[in-house]
Design a protein around this ligand. Structure first.
Ligand code: PLP
Length: 446
């Protein structure tokens, strides 16, 4: 036996020991406290309780970790975690991740994992079509999350605008590139700007209207102003479901502004994009098909285990232009016209088979099953809004998505909202948060 291996008998014993414990958490998540008290010292000493200068039995390590995760986590899979788009993992996604970890296919080059790579292409192309991109032009890549997808979009925009960007980088751009998004957009865009070498000052957070959508007049003014001052407007980001309050930017009119101004038009649909499957809201994202690229998280509303997102674009060559590279040691593309190597196509190199955890739910439940899940949750959002308004609460955000921000006219002014929310969270029965709408704090429930 090799030094780190287990005998087949020992492996069977571990599976028999582990699986009932995982099943017990999965089946009884509603019984745990949603969030633990943050006893930092206690958590730090528990985390270091197994010294590495001696071995421990696998059962002891499993028990230690399961107890630690149960006791010291915010339980995002809990049915009363009304938080930040972190759902319970779909069971079929869990199975997929287990298979991925066991086979460990290497997705850097197509030829090392042809089946796994083609499964990912299949999923990317299917999603691309759902968003209305022409089938023949769809390209994309799996990313670790929305932040990486948004960074990918910015890098594509830079490479599109500056054909020599691969050689000279930001130094060769002469004019300062500028990114436009709304003041409600996700802050991963500021990080992307920093990582790309533009700096956070290159991001213009355009003011929003009463419904928290980007103000298009302000956008045009901002673009004009930057041009006048010698900068180069580069990219426009519309958000399809903002993180705070579920606002959907004006996806009908943004494409034209982007076209007139010559901007790369990206839609950040990290959370909300899943509602593209909804038949009860058929026109929610009309216009999204005119985007140059989009971000869709799979580990948010699609409920696959973290981390997985998509970056999709109808520009067939841009990913290769942005990330393409030649080496003496990597295997070549199987056929450069038909297949693509992920390492010449994305920010990652050695790569996990992320796509399987989205393929599994799709193959098992079909689009129909996913659509029913989305419709059900949209209805739950409507029910919650109705229940709250019938009890005198005021809904502060106008979103069709199941993100509800509320306040109550009789709320005692001497009790700050954050304190109230902290009290609710301290009960361990639910997790909610505070989000300011037009500067006024509200209770946010998703
Ligand atoms: C969550 C979110 C992101 C970031 O995605 P991660 O998966 O957390 O990296 C980006 N944009 C929006 C609108 C989001 O809601």
């Amino acid at each position: 036996m090799l030094p780190l291996d287990f005998t087949p008998t020992a492996r069977k014993e571990v599976w028999d020991f582990l699986l009932p414990r995982l099943e017990s958490y999965y089946a009884n998540t509603q019984q745990v406290h949603v969030s633990p008290p943050m006893k930092v010292r206690e958590i730090q000493s528990y985390s270091r309780a197994l010294p590495f200068d001696q071995p421990h039995s696998v059962e002891e390590v499993i028990e230690h970790v399961i107890h630690g995760l149960t006791t010291y986590s915010v339980h995002t899979p809990h049915p009363s975690y009304f938080g930040l788009y972190n759902p319970r993992s779909q069971f079929s996604g869990i199975i997929a991740d287990l298979i991925t970890a066991t086979f460990n296919p290497q997705l850097a080059a197509w030829s090392h994992a042809p089946f796994a790579n083609e499964i990912e292409r299949y999923v990317i192309e299917e999603f691309g079509q759902k968003f209305g991109y022409p089938e023949a032009s769809i390209d994309g890549t799996f990313c670790s999350g929305g932040a990486e997808s948004n960074l990918t979009a910015l890098l594509c925009a830079l490479n599109q605008a500056f054909p020599e960007y691969d050689k000279h980088g930001i130094v060769g751009t002469e004019k300062e590139p500028v990114i436009y998004c709304s003041s409600e957009s996700h802050h991963s865009l500021a990080k992307a700007a920093r990582m790309a070498g533009l700096g956070a000052q290159s991001v213009r957070e355009i003011a929003v209207d009463a419904n928290l959508r980007m103000n298009l007049e302000k956008l045009k003014e901002g673009v004009g102003q930057d041009r006048k001052e010698g900068r180069l407007p580069l990219m426009l980001v519309g958000t399809a479901g903002t993180t705070g309050a579920g606002a959907v930017d004006n996806l009908m009119d943004l494409p034209e502004i982007a076209q007139v101004e010559g901007l790369w038009y990206h839609v950040d649909a990290a959370y909300g994009g899943a509602a593209i499957l909804s038949e009860s809201h058929p026109s929610l994202f009309t216009g999204i098909e005119k985007s140059d690229s989009l971000t869709l998280d799979l580990h948010k509303w699609f409920s696959v285990p973290m981390g997985a997102s998509l970056f999709i674009t109808p520009h067939k060559r841009i990913l290769n232009q942005t990330f393409g590279i030649k080496t003496a040691y990597m295997p070549e593309d199987g056929d450069p016209n038909q297949v693509a190597d992920p390492y010449t196509h994305s920010a990652q190199w050695s790569r996990r088979f992320m796509g399987l955890k989205m393929y599994f739910p799709l193959a098992i439940h079909g689009w129909q099953g996913l659509q029913e899940m989305i419709e059900h949750q949209l209805e739950m959002g409507d029910s919650l809004r109705n229940m709250l308004t019938s009890k005198g609460w005021t809904i502060a955000n106008r979103s069709p998505l199941p993100v509800v921000c509320v306040s109550h006219p009789d709320f005692p002014p001497e009790l700050p909202l954050q304190e109230f929310v902290d009290q609710v969270n301290a009960t361990g029965k639910a997790w909610i948060s505070v989000y300011p709408i037009h500067g006024k704090p509200t209770i946010r429930v998703c």
